[in-house]
Design a protein around this ligand. Structure first.
Ligand code: GLY
Length: 358
């Protein structure tokens, strides 16, 4: 059942985001967005129980599957090339439709393959993790990683639709589920005070994966993301606010070899640091700093006291895409529900926040 349909408005590239239950293998829904006779599903072995349902729904198509190994370390040009080779071997034509059925890694690499195969073919996003449902699958950012940094090679390529089925989250491992909540909390912090209040009040229900709470959280997050993307598809201005916590977070991911922390865990620590930096710079009240850090702790996110040395983090941040002319642009909070890009943060201020234990 579709509970909500959000429209991501981007002129001719506009598309719907369906949020509901038991919708990922709904043929009527899939039929609206698959136009040729071929489909190519990029997915992962661990999703086999769900894949059987998708395969049954797509029985009348030439349907080929590509299984991507699990982990951020496989979001590479080598795997992307294998996807393209498999498309060619199976004679997929320009009218084919790629389906990204998995988490953020699957979505990003499939989208990038769709952007490049035959100069661009259609694809659908069916995200199976919380983080992909509320963030990665929405907005058309596609990419692979390079040893020098995350998402360094990619393209903007919008999907035909995003099918967000919260029932897929029932079997998500606890650590991955909680990590996804970091991005949900981010939307409250950068864009919507009421949503942040709701997240504080409904923590127990959300952590218990209560259906009503989950539908509200996922729908609100997807709605906020689509509002932001529709105003700034190419990430030139407003979309930058989605990077709140990510400059620190990406540096931590690199230092942890993408294995020590999940993306959401690194972002949660990054949000705590960026919140404290906002307080140190006098942009955010001390009360709000405490309230935000307490909320993140209550959701189970570790305190940044387990960080690598400040000098290593600062060095890793130099490689971030948000570094322009040697300066790091930080997204900081001016209130709960309001974020701004600040270009004047100094190395000394950064060092101070990275070295404080509070
Ligand atoms: N995940 C950040 C963005 O889509 O812009």
């Amino acid at each position: 059942m579709i509970a909500h349909t959000i429209s991501l408005s981007l002129g001719e590239s506009s598309y719907p985001i369906y949020v509901g239950q038991q919708i990922f293998s709904d043929l009527t829904l899939l039929l609206r967005h698959i136009h040729g006779k071929q489909v190519f599903v990029v997915t992962q072995e661990k999703l086999v129980p769900y894949i059987a349902l998708l395969q049954a729904a797509l029985a009348s198509y030439q349907c080929d599957f590509f299984y991507l190994p699990d982990g951020e370390q496989f979001k590479t040009l080598a795997q992307w090339q294998k996807i393209l080779e498999t498309l060619i071997q199976n004679n997929h034509e320009r009218s084919t439709t790629l389906i990204a059925f998995g988490g953020g890694v699957v979505g990003d690499i499939t989208g990038f393959a769709a952007a490049c195969y035959q100069r661009g073919v259609n694809y659908l996003q069916i995200p199976t993790t919380l983080i992909a449902q509320v963030d990665a699958a929405i907005g058309g950012k596609t990419a692979v990683n390079h040893p020098s940094g995350k998402n360094r090679i990619g393209a903007f390529h919008q999907p035909q639709c995003v099918i967000v089925d919260i029932d897929l989250l029932k079997t998500l491992p606890e650590r991955e589920y909680v990590a996804g909540l970091a991005e949900v909390i981010k939307y409250g912090l950068i864009y919507d005070t009421h949503f942040f209040n709701w997240l504080e009040e409904n923590r127990a229900a959300l952590l218990a994966r209560n259906t009503k709470a989950l539908l509200h959280a996922v729908h609100t997050s997807a709605h906020i993301k689509s509002q932001i993307v529709s105003q700034d598809e190419r990430d030139q201005d407003l979309r930058n606010v989605l990077n709140f916590g990510h400059t620190f977070g990406h540096a931590l991911e690199v230092l942890g070899n993408y294995q020590r922390w999940l993306h959401g865990e690194a972002v949660a620590m990054g949000m705590m640091l960026a919140t404290r930096l906002s307080g140190d710079l006098g942009l955010l009240s001390r009360q709000d700093v405490t309230r935000i850090v307490n909320c993140l702790h209550a959701y189970g996110f570790a305190s940044p006291s387990v960080l690598p040395p400040a000098t290593d983090i600062l060095k890793a941040m130099q490689h971030d895409k948000k570094v322009r002319d040697g300066k790091i642009n930080f997204i900081l909070l001016t209130a709960i529900g309001r974020a701004e890009k600040i270009a004047t943060v100094t190395k000394v201020q950064l060092q101070a926040v990275l070295e404080s234990d509070s």
